[in-house]
Ligand binder design. Structure first.
Ligand code: G3P
Length: 222
């Protein structure tokens, strides 16, 4: 399972990347605006905290076929290795996904609300499919729809990976990991919520206090 961070917060990426096994970082236009940076500068900032082998996903902002393709080609020039262009599954987006794959550009099909949209993007060769789990909950059951998608891809031997996105709580992530999802992209607040538990700190404090009382030092070794 690939864990990807859905954020432009460089400090959070640095912190979580040192602590966890992180496959890469996803952004979308809204996430980029939160950095206050132009995309070229943001990509440089990501490259300072990510290794070359880690993946970077940048979304096209243009909505017409030609504009999406121009941005897709530019994104693969900003970071030639291990970068993917995110393309929403609109009519022009689906055309652009087909074309980008013909040109050998890595593609993540995004803004997916149904398993059918995702499946059709997979048929166009998209490397990753990003269903918006929490937003899908406004129309039905996001987690169940993504489970359907995983099954549709499995029985049809499709290569695209599902990278579920738009998580708002740890339960959504947990249910999809349990269903065998290939990848999740998770904002830092939800990742920290997956890591942190007050009981862990209480246990550590208790061990430290008992140790110090008995040996009058805070380390194992003399
Ligand atoms: O990166 C795309 C996706 O995660 C969107 O999330 O929070 O805007 O629904 P959100």
């Amino acid at each position: 399972m690939e864990l990807v961070l859905d954020t432009s917060n460089i400090e959070a990426i640095k912190d979580l990347n040192s602590m966890l096994t992180v496959t890469g970082v996803t952004t979308n236009p809204t996430i980029v605006t939160k950095s206050g940076k132009e995309i070229e500068d943001l990509v440089k900032a990501f490259d300072e905290v990510l290794s070359e082998d880690q993946l970077l996903f940048v979304q096209a902002v243009s909505t017409d076929f030609e504009g999406i393709m121009e941005e897709a080609r530019a994104i693969s020039k900003f970071r030639p290795k291990n970068s993917y262009v995110k393309i929403p599954v609109t009519h022009d987006g689906l055309r652009a996904i087909k074309q980008a794959k013909k040109e050998g550009i890595g593609v993540l099909a995004t803004a997916i609300y149904t398993a059918n949209q995702a499946f059709l993007a997979a048929m166009n060769g998209a490397d990753y499919l990003a269903p918006y789990v929490n937003r899908m909950d406004n129309y039905g059951d996001g987690v169940e729809n993504v489970k359907d998608l995983i099954e549709m891809l499995r029985v049809n031997n499709m290569d695209s990976k599902v990278i579920a996105a738009s998580f708002k709580n740890t339960r959504q992530v947990h249910e999809l990991i349990k269903a065998g999802i290939q990848a999740v992209t998770v904002p830092e607040d939800v990742v920290y919520a997956m890591i942190n538990h007050p009981g862990t700190q209480i246990a550590v404090d208790e061990f430290s206090a008992n140790w110090e009382k008995a040996y009058h030092r805070t380390t194992l070794l003399k």
